[in-house]
Design a binder for this molecule. Structure first.
Ligand code: NAD
Ligand code: TDX
Length: 331
């Protein structure tokens, strides 16, 4: 199969490409705009007879149309992905996440190609901290931030193209990913690289917000399962029962890196900060037989810390600018 992967130079997309090259015999073409979040180094050392990187914008009709026409299926990761950025400047989120997804949909419609659309659990809004409920495919959409609203809109475009035009698409909504090659603006890499730089971790608000962590390789194995065996028009929720408060995560990072438990700062909270996310992945498990490999968050976290220790050349160029931006915002 010839796969077109949008946003393949980003965190999850690049790990997906590595997994596909490792575990299948598919050909892979990546289209990536190489924004601040895209790093071609994440795709270094891939075999040139099976892999190709095209620098381009998914909003560019001619480019996306030509690449889609040459592929059998499209896995659509490309997005503006950081909530804090969306609060500071929502415009690129509306453009890439909504207009970009529209262009991808039109291209797969024109050429009759299979599409898998990557989305987030944030489209469902948030849950109370003491609520035993989890998100299911039937939970109503209720996004909070410009980022999650733009992702919710992109999901609804995909659903409409399935129903109205018969586009062969599936959607997955995953919880918070962690692992190698994640940008240092995101929570876990920010805290690890702060400690490597002799700075203290920063927790928004009281650090009580809960996220449902999944290793990026487990997310991507589920994406492959949906791509290969998922039913057209269906939505699959991806999660690995990894609920932890942000404070718990920071305490685990501190312990793994040999620092005292209270060695962090509480900083200004994110406006509209979602309290808790939690995924019920029953449909994915029951229908497709998917199971996470990383069952112990501590093991995955340790491997992730090692990756940042051993790959400073990858993250160093982005670190100072990210911290300057956070500092200007008292975060
Ligand atoms: P990321 O920011 O690390 O990567 C996004 C990639 O898309 C970058 O390489 C960037 O250059 C590229 N891109 C941005 N705009 C583009 C455009 N107009 N044209 C082409 N390429 C463009 O993001 P990520 O964390 O890897 O997330 C990937 C996808 O997974 C997103 O759709 C996101 O909503 C979704 N998701 C992320 C998480 C998470 O925890 N990170 C969880 C669930 C879902
Ligand atoms: O320095 C920080 N301190 C802090 O307490 C940062 C950067 C974040 N946080 C908090 C905010 C969140 O409660 O940590 C939690 C995780 O923050 P992010 O890494 O920004 O992730 P989140 O906002 O939860 O969104 C992520 O998961 C869903 C991804 O960035 C999205 O792309 C995905 O859709």
């Amino acid at each position: 199969m010839r796969l077109l992967v949008t946003g393949g130079a980003g965190f999850i997309g690049s790990n997906f490409v590595h997994q596909v090259i490792r575990s299948t015999d598919h050909q892979v073409a990546v289209i990536d705009k190489l924004t601040y979040a895209g790093n071609p180094e994440s795709l270094a050392d891939l075999p040139s007879d099976r892999f190709q990187l095209v620098e381009g914008d998914i909003c560019d009709t001619a480019v996306i149309d030509s690449l889609v026409s040459q592929s059998d299926a499209v896995v659509h990761f490309a997005a503006e992905s950081h909530n804090d950025n969306s609060i500071a400047e929502p415009s690129p989120f509306v453009h890439t996440n909504l207009v970009g997804t529209f262009r991808v949909l039109e291209a797969v419609r024109r050429h009759g190609k299979r599409l898998h659309h990557i989305s987030t659990d944030e489209v469902y809004g948030d849950l109370e901290l003491d609520d035993p409920a989890k998100f299911t495919p039937d939970t109503p959409y209720n996004p909070s931030s410009p980022y999650s609203a733009s992702k919710a809109g992109s999901d609804l475009l995909v659903r409409a193209w399935v129903r109205t035009y018969g586009v062969r698409a599936t959607i997955s909504n995953c919880s918070n990913n962690y692992g190698p090659r994640q940008h240092v603006e995101k929570f876990i890499p920010r805290q690890i690289t702060n400690l490597l730089d002799g700075r203290r971790p920063r927790l928004y608000g009281a650090g009580a917000n809960v996220r449902d962590w999944i290793h990026v390789d487990d997310h991507n194995a589920a994406v492959l399962a949906v791509l290969e065996r998922g039913r057209t028009g269906e939505t699959y929720l991806i999660g690995a029962d990894g609920e932890l408060s942000n404070r718990q995560v920071v305490e685990l990072i501190l312990a793994e890196m040999g620092h005292p438990a209270g060695d962090y700062d509480l900083v200004k909270d994110r406006p509209g900060h979602d309290l808790r996310y939690a995924i019920d992945a029953g449909k994915l498990r029951d229908e497709l037989g998917w199971r996470p490999v990383y069952r112990d968050f501590r093991d995955g976290l340790r491997a992730t810390i090692d990756w940042y220790r051993n790959n400073e050349a990858w993250w160093r160029p982005a670190k100072a600018a990210v911290e300057a931006k956070y500092q200007a915002n008292q975060q």
